[in-house]
Design a protein around this ligand. Structure first.
Ligand SMILES: [Zn+2]
Length: 298
């Protein structure tokens, strides 16, 4: 166990279409109340089109003291985008959130952890657009997007962008992001507690959830991203908030924005690491370095 867990949430509208009841604003306000009662502030990654559709909700999130960060403009996987379109959409989303928050927006999370070897160009675009950190990598095999071989601890991309990979825990070769999403809802509390206590979750762990993780009233629909596993998205929702309460009971970490300075000052960014598998051929963009190593290179 190293470092308190930062609460992070991805604010998105995952309904298949507008014929489904609009649930996420209500659930998000319940989550905001839950956090306020416990004096917890975290990082909320907002999809651009959600900010456009629900500006008052996003203003409420910011007014409650949470960091606003960007979760892409329209939840398009990075692997389905070009650098040019991604740059334009990211600029638009950042400007909108900054307008709503009245504060700089410096964090980004890729939809479905789609920052993988094929989409490493995004780390250059994000740095150029003024982002200081990303929280977009799942350093393990995954049915959707995973980046086995990427560092499991915070590190810097060659562009200077900091990366907070999803905290993992596991036994032997099997590692899973137990602090978020379906894993968090499915695993019984004693397993999460043990993983938190005995697993090596890194110096700046964070939990990631969505409004739907807590929504016990949403009717079922087959989420295409989840494929055959879609029904699992509805499992464990009733107990999710109580589990979150226990996870954060011993004190929550600061928003990710505020952990970068601490992480750099404390030297907790990982050692120099080659993050791209040799088969990808991503060339010069494939090496990440720690602040310490960057200093030595100067
Ligand atoms: Zn998402």
């Amino acid at each position: 166990m190293r470092g308190p867990v930062t609460f992070t949430l991805d604010l998105e509208d995952h309904r298949p279409d507008d014929s489904f009841p609009l649930r996420y604003p209500t659930v998000m306000r319940e989550v905001l109340a839950f956090l306020a009662e416990r004096n917890i502030v975290g990082t909320v990654f907002v999809v651009g089109v959600v900010a456009e559709a629900q500006p008052d909700l996003v203003r409420e999130v910011a007014a409650a003291g949470h960091e606003l960060a960007l979760h892409s403009w329209a939840h398009t996987h990075l692997t389905d985008q070009t650098p040019e379109v991604f740059a334009a959409e990211t600029r638009r989303g950042k400007a909108l959130l900054e307008d709503l928050a009245g504060a700089p927006v410096v964090g980004f999370r890729a939809p479905t952890f789609s920052l993988v070897p094929e989409s490493l160009w995004a780390t250059e675009v994000l740095a150029a657009e003024g982002f200081t950190y990303s929280s977009s990598v799942l350093s393990a095999p995954n049915p959707l997007f995973g980046y086995p071989g990427a560092p499991t601890e915070p590190f810097l991309w060659p562009s200077g962008l900091a990366e907070f990979p999803a905290p993992l825990a596991g036994i032997g070769p099997v590692h899973m992001p137990f602090l978020g999403g379906t894993y968090f809802r499915l695993l019984p509390w004693p397993v999460i507690a043990a993983a938190r206590r005995f697993g090596d979750v890194g110096p700046a762990p964070w939990t990631y959830v969505h409004p739907y993780d807590f929504d016990t009233e949403e009717r079922y629909w087959p989420v295409p991203d989840a494929g055959r596993l879609a029904p699992l998205l509805w499992v464990g929702r009733r107990r999710a908030l109580a589990k979150m309460d226990r996870l954060l009971a011993s004190g929550a970490g600061l928003p990710l924005r505020d952990r970068i300075a601490d992480a750099v000052a404390g030297g907790v960014f990982g050692p120099a690491t080659s993050v791209a598998p040799a088969t990808v051929g991503a060339g010069a963009a494939a090496t990440a370095t720690s602040p310490r190593d960057r200093a030595e290179q100067r």
